[in-house]
Design a protein around this ligand. Structure first.
Ligand code: FHN
Length: 565
């Protein structure tokens, strides 16, 4: 065989021929010496699940401040540490919670058993600072584990290594003064910590352990390798995250979508509100934001762990429950493009995200370029395209590009879902960039302390968790948006950061036509969500002019809505 022939053979067949070697390769995981194949078998349920619910609950919910972090800060230590004596969540119905999480389309839950505040929400033989010392005298974790299992959910248990309550934990929190003569002893704390983790494994037999709070010590000081070994002696298939400081089985980006990575499992943990534990009148993320977070995680080959903070009387507050049910309703229709998929082949971006399963690619489109998106070419042949969210789709595939065309009347404000059926398994495709879409640029008359975190672009970044803000004492301001090219716009959606008060009293929306600013909309109040349609206008430059505001206006999103032809 000529050298060229050898090169072709190697390029075509070597990857397949090398498969056994690849599977025999050792992988970074929580099980020393585990092969890639063994790791992927152990992680399969977790990778296929894609969507979990995180639950941060404890006596701190009685005061509505952040769990752990508010101890000795907003809440005096002696007050915080005695909240458990009043913690009596009479409405706690684990079966209702489990049903809700199942209705949300989640496949697993992660339950906080002990947070940094040291309070054990499970019946521990090693401390009286636990749920059995509350007036409720209930094993909250145990009941929830049982109920979730009965609904077919997988269960993982969160445990904070750091424990700012325990008298032997080191480092001593700076807001604590130990009694005279008291000797802190980290090894005695480790005995307690190992003992509790053994309890959790033996009593509840979770499918995984979600460690947290590892940042105050090195893995060696936590005896992390010994800890993982103990866990796997009890539960050989246990999945463990990276927060002992060892890489273990998966990474845990927090409050943001992780980077695309087919070679390292990851899960973004993100709050549905703005706080991990319950906060009265917290701002809850919209369905649009929640779905786009989930699809961007799945598109990056990761999972989303969405956090809820239950109320002090034991309920998931209705606003949070409703959002979870809405997510579940969407997943009932379009979950085939989420569950059991892998990320890619088109990398996530402002356009949306893609997932793949079998011989199909799923496109989850957030933003279009007019009525189309132009993707880079793929080596597979597209046999069929289906607009799962309703309507017709046209796909033109050439060696240079894949053009996906959907009339704007079929564009969904939440997500537009398209399935491309191929002539081969989609997993064989190498990842590649996704399509470019026009990205608005913005500038403003005023930015809060000229801080880019509150810059004008935050009002047009398609992210409802970031906002443009202005200085205190600002009673009028404008935001100017350049869409990158003239676009046919038929309406606006404006999300004011109303939690700071509905400050806008008078505004206009303008667009520049033939070098003249033309008013297309006038209004008084905006509030948390303002939408208004108007006869379509084609323009590239747009303005939100806030003419009167009671205090510095602040806007999450100024969204120009493409006209639906
Ligand atoms: O401090 C905790 C926080 O309260 C929350 O539990 C998150 C969840 O990932 N972990 C720590 C912050 O990284």
């Amino acid at each position: 065989m000529s050298s060229k022939g050898v090169r072709i053979w190697a390029a075509l067949f070597l990857p397949i021929a090398a498969l056994p070697l690849l599977c025999a390769q050792k992988v970074v995981s929580s099980v020393p010496g585990e092969t890639t194949e063994q790791y992927e078998v152990r992680m399969k349920w977790w990778r296929d699940a894609k969507f979990g619910i995180f639950i941060h609950w404890g006596p701190v919910s009685l005061v509505g401040t952040e769990i752990g972090w508010s101890r000795g800060r907003q809440i005096p230590v002696e007050v915080y540490d005695n909240l458990y004596k009043k913690f009596n969540p009479k409405k706690f119905n684990p079966k209702e919670w489990a049903r809700l999480f199942k209705d949300a389309g989640a496949k697993y839950v992660v339950i906080v058993t002990k947070h940094h505040d040291g309070f054990s929400m499970f019946d521990s033989a090693l401390t009286d600072y636990d749920c059995m010392s509350t007036p409720a005298k209930r094993d909250f974790v145990g009941e929830l584990v049982k109920a979730c299992r009965q609904e077919g959910l997988r269960v993982m248990l969160y445990y904070s290594l750091c424990d700012w309550y325990h008298p032997h934990y080191l480092p001593r929190p700076n807001y604590i003064q130990d009694p005279p003569g008291h000797q802190r002893d980290f090894q005695r704390y480790l005995e307690f910590m190992f003992g509790q983790i053994r309890e959790l494994c033996e009593k509840y037999r979770p499918d995984g352990i979600w460690f947290d709070g590892g940042w105050e010590h090195k893995p060696q000081e936590w005896k992390a390798e010994e800890l993982l070994k103990m866990i796997h002696q009890i539960l050989p298939n246990e999945i463990v995250n990276n927060r002992t400081g060892l890489p273990a089985d998966y990474d845990t980006p927090e409050q943001h979508v992780g980077a695309f990575n087919m070679n390292r499992a990851w899960e973004s943990c993100i709050t549905l509100g703005t706080q991990w534990s319950w906060k009265p009148n917290d701002r809850i993320k919209s369905l649009r934001t929640c779905l786009r977070l989930l699809l961007s995680c799945a598109g990056g080959d990761g999972n989303l762990l969405l956090n809820v903070g239950p109320t002090p009387d034991g309920e998931i507050e209705e606003r949070q429950a409703q959002r979870l049910r809405e997510i579940g309703e969407w997943l009932k229709k379009f979950g085939e493009g989420v569950y059991g998929t892998r990320g890619g082949p088109f990398l996530p971006g402002r356009w949306g995200s893609s997932t793949r399963k079998g011989n199909s690619i799923y496109l989850h489109v957030f933003n279009w370029d007019g009525d189309r998106l132009v993707f880079p070419p793929i080596e597979a042949k597209i046999l069929k395209a289906k607009l799962l969210s309703g309507g017709e789709v046209k796909v033109v595939q050439t060696e240079q590009a894949i053009t996906v065309i959907v009339p704007q009347k079929y564009h969904q404000e939440l997500v537009t879902v398209i399935r491309l059926d191929l002539d081969r398994p989609a997993i064989t495709l190498q990842p590649r960039q996704g399509p470019e879409v026009p990205t608005p640029k913005a500038h403003a008359s005023n930015v809060f302390q000229n801080n880019p975190s509150f810059g004008a672009d935050k009002a047009v970044d398609d992210d409802e968790t970031t906002r443009w803000a202005t200085d205190y004492g600002t009673h009028s301001a404008w935001l100017e948006v350049d869409l990158g090219k003239p676009m046919k716009i038929g309406g606006v959606k404006i999300l004011e950061a109303a939690e700071f008060g509905e400050r806008i009293r008078k505004f206009v929306v303008k667009c520049k036509v033939n070098d003249e600013w033309k008013t297309v909309l006038s209004g008084n109040r905006v509030g948390a969500e303002f939408s208004h349609k108007f006869p379509p206008v084609t323009a590239q430059a747009w303005r939100l002019e806030i003419l009167e505001a009671t205090e510095g206006p602040t806007i999450y999103e100024f969204r120009l809505l493409p006209a639906r032809d």
